[in-house]
Design a protein around this ligand. Structure first.
Ligand code: UDP
Length: 380
């Protein structure tokens, strides 16, 4: 039996990045286990019966401003240039989100010119302003405009996505989708935006295809750690599940996808259409946009958000509020006690709303501390 130096629990981006770095850079023997029967965590994609490469856990559009992160992943994949553009179904029209000047002119035509002038008097043209900043503006015209954006883009969508009123939403979550003071209709403005040419799963498989890394799928993390008592461990699953929820359950949101076939090549102008209205779903993803594969039929993923129930559905998003932050602090203290034998990282392990590039950036940042057995640097 191989004597492993490390057990990495979770074969998602965080786990794979750390495993690859430990094996490639340090010559460590790393066992990566995942309870799922596939690699990649939530970036996993697979070709369905329509020939469409489906992002099984929802739309993943890669973007980063970090050259080191871009260069790192570029070792494992070629890229299809792709800039994410999202439309929202508002008042019967498909309009750009983030809300931009096109959205403004379509929804408030009579006031568009004066609003644009007022906004540009306050902010640099092209800037991306959090809607909460608009609401706080002392100019009543701008504050009222903020209320309008809140109503048409955020109120309905957030109630569905988070199961709570928009007023109770974390500032950071709201800030992810700003108001854009230009006609730029890209969802992100990062320098590097693309999708792995042959998919995320293929990229993940190449990350794991390194001397020293062994991947075991359908394996329980606790069992793998127990079976390798000399190894140190990195846990990228839900932090509270490591501790068998002994201090309580951290709240997460879960997602459900209803995959539907349409006998047409494309039905949506873009990969993602959001539904901030009264429909029970939050968004519909047309996966064929994410790949250069030519297909005759198309697959739609109708997305519903639900409360996470352990053992029933999967945790996707941490739900941050005062109570969950306080509980997470308790778990963080428990985590520190286990270092340097066991470390925690990743969206679920850190209980943070990381995007893919942030997960990779954080994982790269952690490696020296893991190797040295020292405390991890604070997450940004
Ligand atoms: N959001 C919204 N309406 C939209 C898009 C986003 O209200 O049309 C809010 C919602 O609360 C969502 C958050 O902004 O959870 C972050 O959106 P993002 O697109 O970053 O979510 P993700 O793709 O990570 O699920």
């Amino acid at each position: 039996m191989t004597a492993y130096d490390w057990v990495v629990v979770g074969a998602g981006l965080t786990g794979l990045t750390v495993a690859e770095q430990l094996a490639n850079g340090q010559g460590a023997r790393v066992l990566v286990v995942d309870q799922r029967t596939h690699i990649g965590g939530n970036i996993y994609d697979e070709v369905d019966d329509n020939g469409v490469l489906v992002h099984k856990y929802g739309p993943h559009a890669f973007h980063t401003g970090s050259k080191p992160v871009w260069d790192y992943l570029s070792r494992f994949t070629e890229w299809m240039p792709y800039e994410h553009r999202v439309l929202a179904s508002i008042e019967g029209k498909l309009l750009p989100v983030p809300y931009n000047f096109t959205t403004l002119e379509a929804l408030l035509p009579a006031r568009a010119e004066s609003l644009k002038a007022a906004l540009l008097a306050r902010h640099v043209p092209g800037s991306r302003v959090p809607v909460l900043r608009l609401l706080e503006d002392t100019d009543p015209q701008i504050a009222e405009f903020g209320e309008h954006v809140l109503d048409v883009v955020f109120r309905g969508y957030s109630a569905k996505q988070w199961g709570r009123p928009v007023e109770e939403l974390d500032r950071g979550v709201m800030g992810r989708v700003p108001v854009v003071l230009s006609y730029d209709d890209r969802y992100f403005r990062d320098e590097y935006q693309a999708i792995p040419l042959d998919g995320y799963t293929a990229m993940a498989a190449r990350m794991a295809d390194v001397d020293g890394v062994t991947v075991a799928l359908g394996e329980d993390g606790h069992a793998a750690i127990a079976a390798n008592p000399r190894a140190r461990a990195l846990w990228t699953g839900p932090v509270d599940s490591y501790f068998a929820h002994e201090h309580g359950h951290l709240p997460y949101r879960s997602l459900r996808f209803d995959l539907q076939t349409r006998d047409e090549r494309r039905v949506q102008p873009v990969a993602q259409v959001n539904y901030p209205g009264t429909e029970p779903w939050t968004r519909i993803t047309e996966h064929a946009h994410f790949s250069p594969r030519a297909t005759l039929r198309t697959t739609l993923g109708v997305e519903y958000s639900e409360t996470h129930v352990p053992g029933v559905n999967e945790p996707f998003y941490p739900v941050h509020d005062d109570e969950s932050r306080a509980l997470h602090k308790v778990y963080q203290a428990a985590c520190r006690e286990l270092e340097p034998k066991v470390y925690f990282a990743g969206r679920l392990g850190d209980y943070r709303y990381y995007d893919m590039h942030q997960a990779v950036g954080r994982a790269l940042q952690l490696v020296p501390s893991l190797v040295a057995g020292t405390a991890l640097p604070e997450a940004a």
